[in-house]
Design a protein around this ligand. Sequence first.
Ligand SMILES: [Zn+2]
Length: 232
Amino acid sequence: MHSISALGQAIGQLFYPHTCAGCGSDKLKQDSSICWYCLSELPATGFVDIKDNPAERLLWGRLPFFAAHAGFYLNRDSLMQQLLYQFKYKHQQALATQLGSLLGEQLKNSSRWNIEALVPVPLHPKKIRQRGYNQAAVICKGIAQQLDLPVIEGVLLRKSMNVSQTRLGRTARWENSRSQYGIDHPHRLRNKRVLLVDDVLTTGATLESCGSLLAAIPGVEVSVATLCISAL
Ligand SMILES: [Zn+2]
């Protein structure tokens, strides 16, 4: 016999069915946004253990970094593209957290990584208002579930948020002036090994701007991880 909560859940599913964000199947665990089949189909890159992997090669010479990783391949009309669309435009925040957790699992199982704090690439405040969240910050939340690390926001900022130029060193100030990004309260990251996180690695321009700013903070060592690498 159904309990009241099971009944409530069944009624709720009539109106808001719990379905896989990848294929639409309703055969999935209640606490998962993706069915078992789609999870098994996600195209992991395997970069996490590999020095000089394609993500690192893309960023070579553009910013000082310790290691770089992209968790999954993003191909045109692929499952990953569908998932990305779901969490960027369909308010699927739990999906972004779950994918972040998968990325965190990859990092946890590799001995190459020695990270102390997670920093998401900041989103323009107007976009946060539209979307309701910064997807890179939600991915960080998922990584933090695996690695138990603090997510530090409010240091790396989008420029429009009135960044103070006077606190920066000369190099950072120059970087700051040509970048859409800026740094505030740099002491919060000083002497830390930081993982800069974004959803997609495409040209690397965003990571170059953000990572260079972070690396200009005294004692900061930057590594980079994105959920996927674009082959589009
Ligand atoms: Zn599925």
